[in-house]
Design a protein around this ligand. Sequence first.
Ligand code: ADP
Length: 590
Amino acid sequence: MTVGPRPAARALPIAEPFRIRRAALRLIRADARAFAAVIALNALAAGAGLVGPWLLGRIIDEVGAGGGVAVVDRLALAILAFALAQLLLVRCAGYVGHRFGERTLARIREEFTDRALALPTAVVERAGTGDLLTRGTTDVAAVGTTLRDAGPEVLIAAVQALFILGAVFALDPLLGACGVLGLLGIWFAARWYLRRALTAYLAEGAANSALAEQLAATAAGARTVEALGLQQLRIAACQEAIERCRGTRARTLFLRSVLFPAVDISYVIPVAGVLLVGGVLHGHGTVGLGAVVASALYLRQLSQPLDTILQRLEQLQSSSASFARVEGLALAPQAPPFASPVPADDRIDVAGVRYAYDAGSDVLHGVDLTILPGERLVIVGPSGAGKTTLGRLLAGMDAPHTGSVTVGQVPVAGLDPDQLRRHVVLVTQEHHVFLGTVRDNLRIASADATDAELRTALAAVGADRADELPDGLDTDLGHGAHRPDGARAQQLALARVVLADPHTLILDEATALLDPRTARHTERALAAVLEGRTVVAVAHRLQTAHDADRVAVMEDGRITELGTHDDLVAAGGAYAALWRSWHGERPPAI
Ligand code: ADP
């Protein structure tokens, strides 16, 4: 087995900025009404918030002009009423905004799941499951938090900031210009930050994925690591990944540590500017005291929405990097177009097949093989000979770079997944039990199978024992529920195969995990079900070879012997030697 990311692991793509913008617009359009409501409510709330300082300015002017207590009381009451209205509107806007965010997040999750499931197996294998996992969990969660909190907050803050600046300009354009000039510092600081942030956050995301990949691979291959004494190597690899993670985080932390202090200082400048210029203008009698006070209050108020925007800017940046990674899935190589030709018959032909994993050298060096419908073919040979690789090609999980693997004269790897499943299915030692009931687990293979068909399939693989399935098909499997062990998981996988009903099965040591008794039981049950189907088995037990129609011996990426068990034993080649040593017989004296 391979421990650690494969040498030529090819990362999944990342969406470019214009695609992110297009995806964001698509999501907004999908829930346009709610989005419009969020904007409208926020605008109303911001409008209500502007009235307070303006009324305060009026109070100052009234008092200056010798106005009575009654006028001041009325104005003060109005301030209170508008403050309450603003509070209510903000709450309403928040509620609508959060609901919009949750619905959009659900859409993103659904889209992500659809895209991930549509990825060809070979693409997922090359990219490594760690990357897909990080995108589906950390990245989608980051986008979700932004949509739920940061997105609506930034929207509210942006509307508020625009309204506040508009109000200062309405009071006095000169004071407004003064305020805007004072804000230039923030603009420069934000620009400096934004230019660097996306790259820095993308690097952080990639480092996180690499670390997840290293840890997942080490955990999955723990036994191999222990058996081969690779602990130090794995620890070093993980430490290197952690160090890269730390480096990228330090970079983003540095960017933040420059942005925030710069911004804090910049807040004071517009207020001080307006007070200074306003004081001079008031001295010349061109501006009323009320307008100066109201402008200073507005600009003071401005720090709150700007603070929100800047604080959330970081989150927006990191989540737009996450969004780029989530959306990038749409750019991954897709499965072949769905109108693939229909195979003419069930015959499988392998002709002149050469295959290499990514950029590596060939591991299959010209394999020719014809598998006739209904035949039992067993492939034997030393470890690393290419048996599993040939099995993967026969099952259409990847295409050879030279030569062809066809079923009914159609390339197997070109069939769409639904069609492929009806023709060829690969059963390996990796079995997944999905969270859900036994019924859910089985219906993956055949969505409209009836309960009776599901039970028949379970019985066929000997997995229908009542003590194993306390609630029958409704037995919950997975975390905290009934947890099937490896052997049971394998039986479930075999039951799924029975339901998929392909004419050809590729068994890659499919029964190796089962204890001998269960294995015999499953094999017997399977044998009855597989009657009349083509079976290609990568076998370790030579007994399987003995019972097969033909045996293919693979050595070093080539088929070196092919024939019936008796023929091969009689030929006295590699297979005969294997057979004799398996039987504990001494080779005949020469
Ligand atoms: P077998 O099943 O006979 O043990 P395999 O088909 O697993 O042989 O392997 C054939 C060769 O391909 C070996 O040299 C192995 O190291 C290499 N190989 C197998 N899987 C991969 C992979 N995912 N990436 C790169 N090389 C691989």
